[in-house]
Design a binder for this molecule. Structure first.
Ligand code: NJP
Length: 235
C-alpha cells in the first residue's frame, strides 16, 4: 500500500464539489494538499481546514497552470500527486450551443487537464515517480441526448489521459482515470443536498474515496480505470 502521509498533492477545482471532498480526504490521510480554483474565498475556507496551500488560478490559462506547478514545488520542494478534477458542463440540443460555450467547456475540461499535466510531467520524470488522477465521467464511455459538447470534451480528456498513461509508465509515473456517474455537487448550476438526490446521486466523498483507493495502491500497481455509480443509476 502507498502511504499518503506527507505526499504533496495538487487538486484542481478544489473550491467546491468533488475537488473539495478530495482535498479534505487527502488532508485527513496526512497529505500536503495544494487546492486550486478561481474562487479565493472558498479556497481560504478550505485551506483553513486542510492546513495546506491554495493557489487561485484559471487552470485553462497557460501561465496560471505553469505557476500552479512551479509554486507548489517552490513551497514544498516536491510534487507527488496531480488530481485533474476541474470541469464544467451544460446540456442542450446541439444547434442551441454557441461556439463560445463549446470553447468554455473544452477549454476547462481538456486544456485544463492538458496544461497541469504538461507542466507536472517533467518533474515526475525527473524523480521517476508521480501519480496523475483524472476525474473524467461515465459519459467518457457512452453517449446521451443533450451531451454532445460535454460528452465530446470528456471523451477527449479520457483519450488524452489514456495515451499519457502509455507515454509515462516507463518513467514510473501512474495515470489513473475515475469515471463517476451522477454526483451531488454544484455542477451545471445545480444545488447539492436536495432530499431527492439522496438515492439518485453519489456524494462527493464517494468519488474522493475512489481517488484515495487508486492513490493507495502499492507502488508496483496502477489502477488504470475506476467507474462508480449510484445504485439506482442505469448505465
Ligand atoms: O462540479 P462543481 P463537480 N480553473 O461545479 C472548478 C466531473 N463530473 O465537483 O474556479 C480552475 O461542484 C470550480 O472552481 P472555481 C466534472 O466533469 C461531475 O461535480 O472556483 N478551476 C469548482 O471547484 C468535473 O470534471 C459529475 O469556479 C475551475 C470545480 O471546478 C469534476 O467532476 C459527473 C475552472 C467544479 O465544481 C468536478 O465537478 C461526472 C477553471 N477554469 C463527472 N473551471 C456530476 N457532478 O454529476 C471550473 O460523471 N473550476
Amino acid at each position: 500500500m502507498t502511504d499518503l502521509t506527507d505526499q504533496v498533492a495538487i487538486v484542481t477545482g478544489a473550491s467546491r464539489g468533488i475537488g473539495r471532498a478530495i482535498a479534505l480526504l487527502l488532508a485527513l490521510q496526512g497529505a500536503k494538499v495544494v487546492a486550486v480554483a478561481r474562487s479565493a474565498d472558498e479556497l481560504d475556507e478550505l485551506t483553513h481546514k486542510t492546513q495546506g496551500l491554495s493557489i487561485e488560478a484559471d487552470i485553462a490559462n497557460d501561465d496560471d497552470a505553469a505557476n500552479v506547478i512551479a509554486e507548489t514545488i517552490r513551497h514544498y520542494d516536491r510534487l507527488d500527486i496531480l488530481i485533474c478534477n476541474a470541469g464544467v458542463g451544460t446540456f442542450n440540443e446541439l444547434e442551441d450551443f454557441t461556439a463560445t460555450e463549446w470553447d468554455r467547456i473544452f477549454s476547462t475540461n481538456v486544456r485544463g487537464t492538458f496544461l497541469p499535466c504538461k507542466y507536472a510531467v517533467p518533474y515526475f520524470k525527473a524523480q521517476q515517480k508521480g501519480h496523475i488522477v483524472g476525474i473524467a465521467s461515465d459519459v467518457s464511455k457512452r453517449a446521451f441526448e443533450h451531451g454532445t459538447v460535454y460528452g465530446a470534451s470528456k471523451y477527449a480528456q479520457d483519450a488524452m489521459l489514456a495515451s499519457l498513461r502509455k507515454e509515462v509508465r516507463s518513467h514510473g509515473i501512474k495515470v489513473s482515470i475515475i469515471y463517476p456517474g451522477m454526483v451531488d455537487t454544484y455542477f451545471n448550476d445545480t444545488t447539492p443536498g436536495q432530499p431527492q438526490n439522496e438515492k439518485t446521486h453519489l456524494r462527493p466523498v464517494d468519488v474522493a474515496q475512489a481517488v484515495r483507493y487508486v492513490l493507495e495502491a502499492p507502488p508496483h500497481v496502477v489502477i488504470d480505470e475506476l467507474m462508480l455509480h449510484p445504485l439506482t443509476q442505469e448505465w
